[in-house]
Design a protein around this ligand. Structure first.
Ligand SMILES: Cc1cc2nc3c(=O)[nH]c(=O)nc-3n(C[C@H](O)[C@H](O)[C@H](O)COP(=O)(O)OP(=O)(O)OC[C@H]3O[C@@H](n4cnc5c(N)ncnc54)[C@H](O)[C@@H]3O)c2cc1C
Length: 475
């Protein structure tokens, strides 16, 4: 018989949980990867210039690592350095299964050592934080010194926009909230912090707040609700998973709703038009504005008229996922960006060169193409971007081959919705580039045999995909 957490506590086995926490933290903080920057980047002494490279890539995540290895595959003589601020790689994709404590999905499945691809492909890495970019001088300023470039690739991912979402919160409150109610949308230690909160929770509600506007991996909060509910069921923790969504939009909505109701009954509650206003961490209460239908319709548009009502809700664990914006590296580069609150980089037509500067490229979540922000997309884009740069270095022209458009399932994004048996759902996007930007067209398929969106086959495909993409980057 499997022992759940409640049983373990009854048996006085809390020491086991504490020991697990210690292992987790030391495994993460120790930084098992050799700091990449042992580096072929050498100190010159003058103006603290560390060195000059043909291609400098900012960000050792899904996009950046793909660009680096692919450039080396095109031509091993291309001199590439990746600048990354973290010691080790932490995968966001599939990390919700770690929160759900699915069998075998321990922290070790999500952390990878940068030293391996550095050695295999022969690119360099500098462990440093980028603090400024001088495009005129072609310099990247880092916490370690200045790195000069011929061509620059940006793949820095996202940042949280607490400041605009919560204008009354000062720096201390933002720092406190980000610690006690981690967003867990950015690689690093946030996922571990959230997992610890769940491991230590008493009976009560878990609240997940959905960001407004564009955000990384749009299905992630909804998949997380399934995985946390699966964990609570397994551990006999009594309570609900409640999502506060400022809109009524849910990525893969029909598929998630089917899984929520059929697998978790009323344990998962999605509240639409619910915008978080404030958090009181002493009373563990969230205040939100809920726009509820009045029963009347707008005379001109026919839309339902909504009335805002202030509500309070208590939580045991809060996963406050703040609104997202492009990582500040983008504004450091002073590039033209989209006018929305995310500020994606405007691109030079259907290419990965930026519109503003022919020597600066971008991939990953910051890209201004109409393609979904996913690890799979970042990997695809990284390959195209590397081909574009390698052709340029070889003095050849490169454009995405029109005869190959659309690319079927250029993006496949899986979400695990069930445990015991594991069941998954998926969305595919076909990519095309016949217009001025690269576009993705989505499809959420059903299992033809069962007529359901979720299936055990898709859960298996999720694991296969994850093994494939991480081995593409790390082995
Ligand atoms: C919970 C969750 C589940 C997801 N599931 C999936 C999935 O199933 N499938 C899928 O395809 N995608 C998924 N994604 C999305 C995927 O993680 C992102 O789309 C992908 O990581 C984007 O790649 P990127 O290179 O743009 O950014 P990242 O992978 O985040 O890499 C950016 C890197 O830049 C570094 N960096 C940032 N600023 C600096 C600086 N100033 N100096 C130095 N380094 C810096 C960061 O440390 C980071 O390593 C998921 C995301 C989340 C949060």
């Amino acid at each position: 018989m499997k022992m759940n957490r409640r049983d373990a506590i009854k048996l006085g086995a809390t020491g086991v949980i504490a020991a697990a926490a210690a292992t987790t933290m030391s495994g993460c903080n120790k930084g098992e990867a050799k700091p990449a920057a042992q580096a072929k980047v050498c100190a010159s002494g003058v103006k603290n210039i560390l060195g000059k490279h043909q291609v400098v890539v900012i960000g050792g995540g899904f996009g950046g690592l793909t660009v680096a290895s692919e450039l080396k595959k095109h031509n091993e003589n291309i001199d590439v350095v990746v600048i990354e601020k973290n010691d080790t790689f932490m995968s966001c994709p599939v990390s919700n299964t770690y929160l759900g404590k699915l069998e075998g999905m321990t922290l070790g499945k999500f952390i990878f050592d940068y030293a391996k691809p550095v050695e295999k492909y022969g690119y360099s890495m500098l462990k440093a934080e980028v603090v400024d970019i001088d495009r005129e001088a072609k310099e990247v300023h880092t916490s370690q010194g200045i790195v000069q470039y011929d061509m620059l690739v940006l793949s820095p991912g996202i940042a949280y926009d607490y400041e605009n979402q919560f204008p009354t919160w000062d720096k201390n409150k933002i720092s406190h909230i980000s610690r006690v109610a981690p967003g867990a949308l950015i690689p690093g230690s946030e996922h571990i912090a959230l997992e610890r909160l769940l491991a230590d929770m008493e009976d009560g509600n878990v609240i997940i707040t959905v960001p407004a506007g564009k955000f990384r991996c749009p299905p992630a909060p909804f998949e997380r609700a399934c995985m946390i509910a699966a964990y609570m069921k397994k551990e006999d923790i009594r309570g609900k998973v409640i999502m506060l969504n400022p809109t009524n939009s849910i990525a893969k909505g029909a598929a998630f709703k089917e899984a929520w109701s059929e697998l978790y009954g009323d344990m998962i509650e999605h509240i639409d038009f619910a915008t978080i206003q404030d958090v009181d961490t002493d009373s563990k209460t969230v205040t939100y504005i809920h726009k509820v239908p009045t029963g009347e319709k707008d005379k001109d548009t026919g839309d339902a008229i909504l009335k805002p009502i202030e509500k309070k809700i208590s939580y045991e664990v809060l996963n406050l996922i703040p609104n997202n914006k492009a990582n500040p590296v983008v504004s450091m580069a002073d590039l033209e960006v989209t006018s929305d609150s995310f500020h994606k980089v405007l691109m030079n037509g259907c290419s990965f060169q930026t519109k503003t500067d022919a020597d600066v490229y971008a991939v990953g979540d910051v890209v201004g193409h109409a393609i979904p922000p996913s690890g799979q997309t970042a990997n695809w884009a990284g390959k195209q971007c590397a081909a574009e740069i390698a052709h340029r270095i070889a003095g050849k022209k490169f454009t995405l081959p029109v005869e190959k458009t659309p690319v079927p399932a250029g993006n496949v994004c899986y979400s695990m919705v069930g445990d015991d048996p594991e069941e998954g759902i998926m969305v595919t996007h076909d990519f095309s580039w016949t217009g001025t930007v690269i576009k993705g067209k989505g499809n959420v398929p059903k299992d033809p045999k069962t007529g359901k969106f979720r299936s055990t086959g898709t859960a298996k495909a999720l694991h296969d995909w994850y093994r494939g993409i991480t081995s593409d980057l790390f082995s």
